[in-house]
Each structure stands twice: as C-alpha cells, then as structure tokens.
Design a protein around this ligand. Structure first.
Ligand SMILES: Nc1ncnc2c1ncn2[C@@H]1O[C@H](COP(=O)(O)OP(=O)(O)OP(=O)(O)O)[C@@H](O)[C@H]1O
Ligand SMILES: [Mg+2]
Length: 235
C-alpha cells in the first residue's frame, strides 16, 4: 500500500521584489510516497530551491499546506519546525552548507548536539555514518581540504546521521564530474534501500534522470508530471 510521506496541498509562494510581488509557486499540489526517489527539474529561477525549503520547514508557504510524515508544518511554530528539521527532514543545500571552521567529524556531530544526543551515542552514530559513506580517513579534515565529491558525501553524512524520513538534496551533483556524480546517485539509492528514506532531489543534470523513480517539472510556478500534466489534484 503506497504510503504518502510528503503532501503538498494547494501551495502558493510569492516574494516581494521592490513594489511588485512575484509568484513563484502557483497552487502546487503533489504527493510523494515513502521510499520514492523523486527528481524535481525546471529552469533556473523556477522555484525548485524554494519548494525544497518549504518541505524542509526552512520557509513557509503564503497559502496551502505542507505535510511531512504526518506533520502539518503550518501547525508548528519555529521551535516545532526546528525539531522537525532535526528528525523528520534533512536538507542538503547546493553549496553543501558545511561549516569551514569545523572538521568533518564536528560538522557531522552538529545536528546530534542540537538534538541533545549524549556523547557515547553521538560517537557511535558518527562512526557508523562515516564508515557507511567511506569517509573514515577524513575524520579530522577541514572542508577546504576535501574534493567536491567528498564534500557532498560529508553533507549527505551530516543529513543522514539523524536518520531522517525525508532527505532533500539541492543539485547534489551540480559541481561533480561524471564519476563522482554517479557515486552520489548510487549512494542516494543505497540510502533509500538500506534505511527506507524518501529522497527528493532537485537537478538540472540529465545524467540523474535514470536514477529517479519519478520526475516532476516545475514550470511557471506549476508542478507537472513527465507528460506535462499539472499535479492539480490529490488522489
Ligand atoms: N528570499 C527571497 N526573496 C526574494 N526572492 C527570492 C527569495 N528566494 C528566492 N527568490 C526568487 O524566487 C525565484 C525562485 O528561486 P529559487 O532559488 O527557488 O529557484 P531555482 O529553481 O532553485 O533556481 P536555480 O536552478 O537557479 O537554483 C527566483 O526568481 C529568486 O530570485
Ligand atoms: Mg536552486
């Protein structure tokens, strides 16, 4: 039985630009199911990052509902959203979002510290995730000493360490060569298979198309399926 894990219901998002208001998302509705890997495509400026941030609880819609793993994000205050970000969703920004002054270990530890996990448990989780991602040799490295592929894997490790239900990745292969892009794509598949994680990734990269279960296109503020039909209705 398909299990909806992200539900967008009539979501609108506008930004003010000087005197005018620009509409980024127009009545977007969609359902993403547990363990799906969904690719969100669309031209630059279409609102793909905006959409991911709404699902991550990093921003709020003007109208409409965002429901993630049963939590209606509209009902949560800022503290509630920060708790969700630490447990239910994890967002990997395009620039990886690593803290340059922190080592790989410290970057991965941060979400666990925020979640109040005790030291022994933190160490166990960090070792596990470093091993899983093939990063044990880089524990003490600072982000500036890492390759693009390694930075992306550290960013994924930091997102995974709290075992989120939904992993959101913004252009995860944008700055990577073919070999590293494939490695990241395969890793996201492995994460889905091993942990049952739902993965939503934004990408311009046609190489990733074969790695997603379903593609969504964001065009003129409307989310459409591969055939160009808007996801206007919830089933
Ligand atoms: N905080 C903000 N304030 C005002 N305008 C914003 C804000 N964030 C995004 N925008 C505008 O919203 C539009 C959509 O931005 P968004 O970053 O979601 O696009 P995108 O599809 O991710 O683009 P890209 O592929 O280039 O990353 C852009 O025109 C952008 O300038
Ligand atoms: Mg973007």
């Amino acid at each position: 039985m398909a299990d909806p894990v992200v539900v967008l219901r009539n979501v609108w998002k506008t930004y003010r630009e000087g005197q005018s208001i620009i509409t980024i998302l127009r009545n977007v509705s969609a359902i993403i199911y547990r363990k799906e890997i969904v690719g969100v495509h669309g031209p630059s400026g279409a609102g793909k990052t905006t959409l991911l941030k709404l699902i991550a609880g990093l921003d709020r819609p003007d109208r409409g509902e965002v429901i993630v793993d049963g939590y209606n994000l509209n009902m949560l205050d800022d503290l509630g959203l920060s708790l969700i970000r630490n447990t239910v969703v994890a967002y990997i920004p395009q620039d990886y979002g690593l803290i340059p002054e922190f080592t790989v270990w410290e970057n991965i530890e941060l979400p666990l510290l925020i979640a109040g996990i005790d030291r022994n448990e933190r160490e166990k989780k960090i070792y596990e995730v470093l091993e899983y991602m093939g990063l044990t040799a880089k524990i003490k490295a600072y982000p500036r000493k890492l390759s693009g592929g390694e930075k992306q894997r550290v960013a994924i490790a930091r997102a995974l360490v709290t075992t989120p239900t939904v992993l959101l990745a913004d252009e995860p292969t944008a700055n990577l060569d073919w070999e590293n892009a494939v490695r990241v794509a395969e890793l996201l598949h492995k994460v889905r298979d091993d942990f049952g994680t739902t993965v939503i990734l934004v990408t311009h990269d046609p190489r990733l198309l074969e790695y997603v279960d379903r593609s969504m296109n964001l065009i003129d503020g409307i989310l459409k399926d591969k055939e160009g039909m808007p996801y206007a209705k919830l089933h």
